[in-house]
Ligand binder design. Structure first.
Ligand SMILES: CC(C)(COP(=O)(O)OP(=O)(O)OC[C@H]1O[C@@H](n2cnc3c(N)ncnc32)[C@H](O)[C@@H]1OP(=O)(O)O)[C@@H](O)C(=O)NCCC(=O)NCCS
Length: 143
């Protein structure tokens, strides 16, 4: 398994989009809007790939010169529990540091809070609704 950056609109990007749709949207009858997808051309698409198959994905979006948002982390159901999610987060953090960012923010679905806590992300603030689901804001300082 290799972790790499998929160029926007490449075939790896499209596979990752299918995976995100399947894991993060479809179960809740959500869809990507054209505007959301258009904005993704300015974001970094990190994928876990094995023999041409995308097993996991995470996206880096710049918020300001020091802060990035971690979004759309998803691993194929059959491949969970093998460290792929943690490896994607580690790659994301390394990429962020190498590119001069010092702070990571994310909106964690309630069920994923434990996963991020294990990776030293800190929950801040109260629960809030996003795409109909309970979420918590979480942050990690890389300095
Ligand atoms: C959250 C997610 C990305 C973790 O990916 P993963 O590859 O299973 O993660 P890892 O193998 O690195 O496991 C790390 C921890 O996740 C948890 N985990 C393991 N298998 C899991 C599973 N099938 N479902 C949920 N959590 C699981 C465990 O607590 C594990 O800790 P451990 O190492 O002490 O056992 C993955 O479960 C997923 O895609 N979930 C659905 C989408 C989602 O919720 N994304 C986050 C949105 S904010």
């Amino acid at each position: 398994m290799k972790i790499e950056i998929a160029p926007f609109n490449s075939s790896l990007y499209k596979q990752a989009l299918t995976l995100r749709n399947h894991v993060l949207l479809k179960p809740w009858n959500l869809v990507f809007t054209p505007t959301e997808l258009e904005e993704e051309k300015n974001q970094v698409h990190i994928v876990a790939v094995e023999e041409g198959e995308v097993l996991g994905v995470v996206i880096l979006k710049e918020l300001d010169s020091s802060t990035v948002k971690m979004r759309q982390l998803a691993v194929k159901e059959k491949d969970r529990g093998q460290g792929i999610g943690s490896e994607l987060v580690a790659f994301f953090e390394e990429y962020a540091l190498e590119n001069g960012y010092t702070q990571i923010e994310l909106h964690a679905r309630e069920r994923a809070v434990r996963f991020y806590t294990q990776l030293d992300y800190e929950r801040i603030g109260e629960v809030f609704k996003e795409v109909t689901l309970n979420h918590y804001k979480m942050v990690k300082n890389l300095e």
